[in-house]
Design a protein around this ligand. Sequence first.
Ligand SMILES: [Zn+2]
Length: 68
Amino acid sequence: MAYYYVNKNAQTNGDHEVHKSGCSWMPESENRKYLGNFDNCQDAVREAKKSYSQSNGCYYCCNACHTG
Ligand SMILES: [Zn+2]
């Protein structure tokens, strides 16, 4: 299990990146929303999409969930 967060600010392509706790690309605390404790990034991205329909896994910490 790991803690996951979503960036409140979209990337230039409109994606809100989902990060796992410990990622060096984690946004500052005021710029991220806590998603929960999940077994895998797929569940974390699904949760993120409730807030931001265009959510995507971080290339570095959630590569399995990164598209595009
Ligand atoms: Zn990350």
